[in-house]
Design a protein around this ligand. Structure first.
Ligand SMILES: Cc1ncc(COP(=O)(O)O)c(C=O)c1O
Length: 592
């Protein structure tokens, strides 16, 4: 039957209805196979880190410990420059037929000239300049420490706590059952025969499979994603925004929010009036923006969030940044991250109104990164979408050009690896939208699994359906745990000497300001590190806690911060906070 199902969507629909009403035999799982798969799953991350590291270190990592690297712009640039030199030296030596100590692959080449076609001197300079702090040198060192621990190297701790990245499941968050059931059923329609799956999820799976060409998740979808899912997203948005209409044709399904953000920035990458395009980004910012802006050779325009006002956004600061940037670029885009990463703030409605007015008056496209919209913990804060506020403002502001993003990576799902997301594109000129569609078409579609995950996000079980109670329970468990941890982290870190901490109103991060004593600043200088990088490395080597130094996100000159996630499970987070407290007290004693 399953083969017939796959060939013919309408047969599929009929069969599924039969399944839903009759219930069919149970399929056995092989736990041995699952164990084997779990083992395999562990391999790729270490392999990936090794490969990336060898790339960064020009295949020379064995001779040069990663500890020497820092996350600073200056030092990374220096590292890149050194790598470039090494590559050229290696090539020069190879050209003379000499042995290269630097680059094994060069040595092994069998081309006539014995030279690599690609070298650090002839690849895209923007790629070399680009940095991504969240997975920078400190994280590489954390990976090394994990391996050292496995080998039995003695440390003052027995494990690394990875509080550096917003990867929920990696930190122990459990997947929601209904989403995984939906993914399983769509991937393996034979499971539609199993009585283990509830009827409402089977119905959803059948609808999705019927929407896929050939009734299979293995077929391409439209480049913008399955129309069926885009319509579901539109319905979700209308509900979220109190009835503000949403047109599915403005919705593009993307592989997480990141590719959507990158495709919009690439679309806008055009000089205006002889000046490069300027992208206004909040500081501190999520490094995807700085990395993409560098990669595309665009001009980053920093505007500073107001730490003293809980990382709020001040119109005067926007204006200052805008005016100053006009000397070097033509500002075109205003990026807003709400709720904020790394800052954890939730913008007030008044703030959003001000931002929309500013963007409208200054002819800027707003990129509203709203991936944390379900992550609001503070009882006095509420998420307002830019789209809804813009519509409520009425008049010309309704015509504001806006692109907003959502993803299954965050919220209560935390399905970072599913790579599901969408962007809603509003008020773009139709010709421009056609060009965007064309460019997206050239990339084919996002993964069907990611599209199913987005479908699950926007169309969860509803009251009365068999899966509803479990869905509600699991969802509130995740969100309540995050809220509890947001409070725990804020409360604990606020009690540390020299720390200034804003409450974690939303998202998944805390971004405290730390006073680093002058003696520690000197010690950092001696190691050619920025003070916040030095602090983060000391913390890692002493406690195994991995955080990201504030310089990776941007911070007011002369101030030092770090970002920690609130994602470790509560018991681990408590242990982490205690280790942190002891470390900080010792650090202050040593350097004060
Ligand atoms: C503010 C923000 N935007 C976008 C992303 C990208 O998420 P994804 O591409 O996994 O959807 C992240 C990930 O952490 C984020 O924090």
């Amino acid at each position: 039957m399953s083969r017939q199902l796959l060939r013919n969507p309408s047969t599929l629909q009929r069969a599924a209805t039969a399944v839903v009403t009759s219930g069919l035999p149970h399929l056995e799982h092989s736990s041995g196979r699952i164990c084997q798969l779990q083992q395999q799953c562990k391999l790729p991350s270490s392999v990936a880190i090794r490969r990336w590291k060898s790339l960064l270190h020009n295949n020379n990592s064995a001779q040069k410990p990663a500890t020497a690297a820092t996350a600073t712009t200056a030092s990374t640039t220096a590292t890149t420059a050194t790598a470039t030199r090494r590559c050229s030296q290696a090539e020069a030596l190879n050209a003379r037929g000499s042995h290269s100590p630097f680059n094994a692959p060069v040595r092994n080449m069998s081309t006539a000239s014995n030279e690599k076609v690609l070298s650090m001197g002839n690849i895209n300079a923007n790629y070399k300049a680009m940095e991504y702090a969240v997975r920078g040198p400190i994280v590489i060192r954390a990976g090394e420490i994990e391996k050292e621990l496995l080998k039995g190297v003695q440390k003052p701790f027995d494990r690394v706590i990875r509080a550096n990245i917003g990867d929920c499941h990696a930190m122990g968050q459990k997947p929601l059952t209904y989403l995984r059931q939906l993914m399983a059923l769509t991937m393996e329609p034979r499971l539609l025969n199993s009585p283990e799956y509830p009827d409402d999820i089977k119905k959803r799976a059948c609808d999705l499979l019927a929407a896929c060409s050939g009734g299979s998740m293995g077929s391409y979808t439209d480049s913008a994603g399955l129309e069926f899912v885009r319509r579901q997203v539109a319905a979700f948005l209308e509900k979220r925004d109190n009835g503000v209409p949403a047109d599915y044709q403005n919705i593009y399904l993307t592989g997480g929010a990141s590719p959507g953000i990158k495709s919009i920035l690439a679309l806008l990458n055009c000089p205006v009036g002889g000046l490069p395009p300027g992208i206004m980004v909040p500081i501190p910012q999520y490094p995807l923006y700085s990395a993409t802006i560098t990669e595309l050779g665009m001009c980053r325009v920093d505007y500073f969030l107001d730490e003293a006002r809980c990382w709020g956004l001040d119109r005067k600061e926007l204006q200052r940044a805008y005016e100053e940037s006009k000397k070097k670029c033509s500002p075109r885009v205003l990026v807003v991250i709400n709720p904020g990463n790394p800052t954890g703030q939730v913008l007030t409605r008044e703030n959003i109104v001000e931002i929309i007015k500013f963007a409208y008056e200054n002819k800027l496209v707003i990129l509203a990164d709203e991936v944390y919209q379900a992550n609001v913990y503070d009882k006095n804060s509420k998420f307002y979408s830019f789209k809804q506020v813009m519509n409520e403002m009425g008049g010309p502001h309704r015509q504001q050009e806006l692109v907003s993003f959502l993803s299954v990576s965050k919220g209560y799902l935390g399905e970072c690896g599913a790579r599901g997301g969408y962007m809603e594109v509003l008020n773009l000129c139709p010709e421009v939208k056609a060009v965007l569609t064309k460019s997206i078409t050239a990339q084919l579609c996002s993964t069907t699994a990611g599209q199913v995950a987005i479908s699950a996000l926007v169309n969860p079980p509803t009251p009365g359906e068999p899966s509803y109670e479990l869905f509600e329970k699991e969802k509130s468990e995740v969100l309540n745990a995050l809220k509890e941890r947001a409070e725990l982290v804020y409360k604990t870190l606020s009690s540390f000497e020299g720390y200034t901490v804003n409450p974690v109103q939303g998202a998944m991060y805390v971004f405290p300001k730390i006073e680093i004593p002058p003696k520690a600043v000197e010690a950092a200088k001696a190691k050619n590190m920025l003070p916040d990088v030095f602090y983060a490395f000391e913390l890692l080597e002493t406690t195994g806690i991995c955080i990201v130094p504030g310089s990776g996100f941007g911070q007011l000159p002369g101030t030092y911060h770090f970002r920690s996630t609130i994602l470790p499970q509560t018991n681990v987070l408590k242990e982490m906070m205690e280790k942190f407290r002891v470390f900080h007290a010792e650090f202050m004693k040593k350097y004060k």
